[in-house]
Design a protein around this ligand. Structure first.
Ligand code: SF4
Length: 452
């Protein structure tokens, strides 16, 4: 499947699909009800080159704020399309669809729920669930049609519903099937202004799910544009490498129409690296690729650190997800042997081929976050680095955090008023606590696991 084969959709003053340029997007992490702070962040994103901006709208309270934010931006001449991030509240989605250019819904929780229970539904019961979901989606799709609003069907690996997981497992196939159910509902109501995404903190899962979805749409004759992103990628070089491995692998396969690099950093930091990723399909001609006995050797003499990182990580991701590699050797004369090795280690970890350090899974945060996740992630990374067999999640909120950090061994998840709870796997083991106290408890749990 190539991106040129997708239909075009209109999102405000932008169009996606059919060989059009890739669009770079991001999301605010302010409380949407804090209008001045959110406006300031949107302005900053626009200055950085962000083309579409998503804002969290968790409840009806923020819908009115969204309206005011949009009016203020338009009065300043900022006409970038705005996207409401809604997830699971149909009433909020319907109201947002009257205001902004695109609404993101999550097929895993818009109607169904995830209680981590096995549901043994008969085919008739399964069909009834689909009909219920179609009825619930109908008003939203009608409003979108009336207002020219687009929809993103945003499937997340960590928030698939019990119905889907019980039938297809917690797999890339389940993600693709979950999205296809919504595709069919949109088509049933003759609604085609649709974008889809398949996100996971595991780049391999994200790539597999997106490829499966693209193939399924192709087989059915209508390919909608695809939004690419590795969610909860983390921060710093590791977060950028993980994003490049997943997003880049798909871009090199000709898949994808809009991208978001999710980092636990100020959102405007995402834009320069996302823009670099859009250049990878052209840059690849400057890289020498050799594979021998499963060892991938990439030679690319590039002076710019981030161009090097984006291109090499994308190409390694593409090679690995096409034909699994066992090891990676990188050669760039402009950097030291240690720097070449460090990048290779980060890529191998992002591909889950070799683990050389603790795996940190952290969300970019959004308006639902009520603690300073960026500083806390830094503290967690300093305190718990060097455990190659450990995955630690640092998540912004209880609504999506526990599900989204999926396979982490330990985690901290934001609660209210600057406090966080400690998780052992998916199980919450403490009430909301001040960060210092939570980190002490997590440290003792980790020590206990290591001793055993
Ligand atoms: S886990 Fe919660 S805070 Fe983090 S990005 Fe998702 S919804 Fe926002």
């Amino acid at each position: 499947m190539i991106s040129n084969s997708s239909i075009q959709v209109k999102i405000g003053n932008l169009r996606l699909g059919s060989g059009l340029p890739l669009i770079v997007q991001s999301m605010t992490n302010t409380d949407t009800a804090n209008i001045p702070a959110t406006l300031q962040q949107v302005r900053q994103l626009v200055l950085s080159g962000c083309q579409m901006i998503r804002l969290t709208v968790p409840s009806l309270r923020e819908v009115e704020c969204l309206r005011q934010i949009k009016e203020a931006l338009r009065s300043e001449g900022i006409d970038n399309p705005l996207i409401a991030d809604v997830h699971f509240n149909p009433k909020v989605a319907e109201e947002c669809a009257k205001i902004v250019e695109k609404v993101r819904v999550n097929p895993g929780n818009y109607v169904d729920k995830r209680n981590f229970q096995q549901l043994d539904l008969t085919d008739t019961e399964y069909q009834e669930s689909l009909e219920k979901m179609a009825l619930r989606a109908k008003p939203l799709l009608q409003i979108c049609k009336e207002h020219g609003t687009a929809i993103r069907i945003g499937t997340n690996h960590g928030s698939l519903c019990d119905r889907i997981v019980s039938r297809y497992g917690n797999t890339p196939l389940a993600m693709a099937m979950s999205a296809m159910e919504w595709v069919h509902i949109c088509q049933q109501y003759d609604f085609h202004n649709v974008v889809l995404s398949m996100k996971s903190s595991n780049a391999q899962t994200m790539v597999e799910a997106t490829r499966l979805l693209a193939d399924k749409m192709q087989a059915e004759g209508t390919v909608f544009p695809l939004h690419l992103g590795v969610t909860e990628a983390g921060a710093g070089d590791e977060g950028r490498v993980k994003s490049a491995v997943g997003i880049g692998a798909l871009l090199l396969a000709g898949i994808g129409n809009t991208i978001r690099v999710s980092l636990t950093e100020p959102p405007e930091n995402e834009i320069p690296f996302a823009q670099l990723l859009t250049t990878v399909p052209n840059e690849k001609q400057n890289v020498n690729v050799q594979v021998e006995n499963g060892i991938l050797h990439l030679t690319y003499h590039q002076e710019d650190y981030y161009t090097w990182m984006a291109t090499v990580a994308a190409m390694a991701g593409f090679e690995h997800f096409t034909r699994p590699i066992k090891d990676l050797i990188i050669d760039n004369q402009y950097f030291t042997k240690d720097q070449n090795q460090r990048l290779a280690d980060m890529i191998l970890q992002a591909c889950r081929v070799k683990f050389s350090q603790t795996e940190f899974i952290s969300c970019p945060s959004c308006g639902r976050t009520q603690y300073d996740i960026q500083s806390v992630l830094q503290m967690v990374k300093e305190r718990f680095a060097g455990y190659p067999n450990l995955k630690i999640g640092v998540m912004g909120c209880i609504v999506n955090g526990p599900g989204e950090m999926a396979d982490a061994d330990f985690g901290i998840v934001g609660a209210t008023h600057g406090k966080v709870s400690v998780y052992l796997g998916k199980q919450r083991v403490t009430p909301p606590l001040p960060v210092d106290e939570a980190l002490r408890i997590m440290e003792s749990l980790i020590q206990l696991k290591i001793k055993n």
